[in-house]
Write a protein that binds this ligand. Structure first.
Ligand code: SF4
Ligand code: SF4
Length: 94
């Protein structure tokens, strides 16, 4: 991780592809990855991790500690703006 990396990190080599985390992200940042890892599992991937709201749902649900997020990570405003804007657009759908 460098200074510009988002605090949430996914270690795809720890992932066993159980997909428990797929539905817990409020911003739908977790998707299936069709490239196997070195263990032969098809892991998940993080997309647009800079929009992570740092809720820790993925960290808490993963049985294999594939996600990491420092306890010191505070609010991530771009992630919350994205989240609120998605909710607003969803409510505008007929
Ligand atoms: S910490 Fe929350 S917002 Fe960030 S990737 Fe995990 S579930 Fe999504
Ligand atoms: S919960 Fe953990 S092991 Fe399961 S798919 Fe998600 S990252 Fe992989």
């Amino acid at each position: 991780m460098n200074a510009l990396s988002p605090p949430i990190q996914l270690d795809r080599e720890r992932c066993k592809g159980c997909l428990l985390c797929l539905d817990v992200c409020p911003n739908d940042l977790i998707v299936m990855d069709n490239r196997p890892n070195l263990q032969g599992h098809f892991p998940v991937a993080l997309v647009h991790a800079d929009y992570c709201v740092q809720c820790r749902h993925c960290v808490d649900i993963c049985p294999d500690q594939a996600f990491s997020l420092p306890r010191s990570a505070g609010l991530n405003w771009p992630g919350w703006v994205f989240h609120l804007s998605r909710g607003w657009h969803a409510r505008k759908q007929p």
